[in-house]
Ligand binder design. Structure first.
Ligand code: BTN
Length: 329
């Protein structure tokens, strides 16, 4: 009964600092007091601290600093979203794991998260540093069955929805560097997205949306070569961040953004979020187009999320994917 741990933790989250009685919990959850006691001991061994508060019961005073499936599910329950979520201690890549499960016929949608990745993947064949267990490595697997054209703005929309959440809820000033980088106000990278899809001529069969979001990492937790380039919520935001609560909030945000995408309501907020979070419009950038560098001034994006670039000859180019560099990068 893994959901029992999550129900126990939900009761503690709901109670806040008030004591939770073991007797009451046992009755409410329909199990014996011994079962509750055994579960609390097991949760303690995972890093939870339950302080005995008088004879009235216990309160939850500390949670593990790494992802814990029962706690993430308890937070999701309180956020009133219930997607299928699994958290692994370690995997090569959550995107690869999601793709393998889709290939084996697993029912979608589902989320896979891992505390660490051994072979985290970034765009353009790059590695995604995934050794630190206080960051998020997450994939959402989907079987959308939509025409390929409809998928074009997907990653940009997901990035903008994540920007709005991180700004409005997590208190981090940030922007989006088209097409897939979330950057803090100092230009360092907070998060990257990697969308991988399996298409037929007329249908998108499978999509895996991957997100790497740095949450509690400090500079020392990144390899030396990444320190000038990478940041985290803890470094760029306000206050403290609890990885399990952030994970649940991010899952809920992605879930909501996906639901808005598939029902078409994303278009209501797309341009508003773009004008708020876009980091490129008005800047001169260079984009690799089929290996050829093209320089121009960014004028914005079209309705499909393609970048509008005015080149040196005054021609407007529509660019649907590519690697953008700014002059001083
Ligand atoms: C990028 O900025 O290049 C994209 C980085 C995407 C990293 C995430 S971490 C979770 C998921 N699994 C992976 O192997 N990659 C993505």
């Amino acid at each position: 009964m893994p959901e029992l741990d999550s129900s126990i933790l939900s009761a503690f989250l709901e109670a806040g600092t008030s004591p939770v009685s073991g007797d009451r919990l046992a009755k409410e959850l329909g199990v014996s007091r011994v079962t509750i006691w055994t579960r609390l001991e097991r949760l303690r061994s995972q890093g939870f601290v339950f302080a005995a508060s008088t004879r009235k019961g216990y309160s939850l005073t500390s949670v593990p600093g790494v992802l814990n499936e029962a706690l993430v599910l308890a937070h999701l329950r309180r956020l009133k979203v219930s997607p299928n979520v699994e958290i692994l201690p370690e995997v090569d890549s959550t995107n690869s794991e999601a793709e393998r499960r889709l290939a084996m016929g697993r029912e979608a949608p589902f989320f896979i998260l891992a505390q660490k990745q051994k072979a985290g993947r970034g765009r353009l064949g790059r590695k995604w540093h995934s050794d630190y267990a206080g960051n998020l490595y997450l994939s959402l697997a989907l079987r959308p069955f939509i025409p390929p054209d409809r998928l074009k703005p997907f990653t940009l929309w997901m990035g903008l929805a994540l920007c709005a959440h991180l700004d409005e809820v997590q208190g981090v000033k940030l922007g989006l560097k088209w097409p897939n980088d979330l950057q803090a106000a100092d230009g360092r990278k907070l998060a990257g997205m990697l969308t991988e899809a399996r298409l037929d001529a007329d249908t998108v069969r499978e999509v895996v949306f991957g997100l790497g979001l740095n949450v509690t990492a400090q500079a020392k937790d990144f390899p030396a070569e990444l320190r000038p380039l990478a940041t985290s919520l803890a470094m760029a935001g306000k206050g403290t961040y609890e990885i399990n609560f952030v994970a649940a909030q991010i899952i809920a945000t992605i879930w909501g953004a996906w639901s808005d995408f598939i029902d078409g309501s994303w278009t209501k907020n797309f341009k508003k979020y773009w004008s708020k979070y876009d980091n490129l419009t008005g800047k001169t950038v260079t984009i690799q187009l089929r290996g050829e560098p093209t320089t121009g001034v960014v004028e914005g994006v079209d309705d499909d999320g393609a970048l509008i670039l005015k080149d040196a000859k005054g021609q407007r180019l529509l660019i649907s994917s590519g690697e953008v560099t700014l002059p001083k990068e």
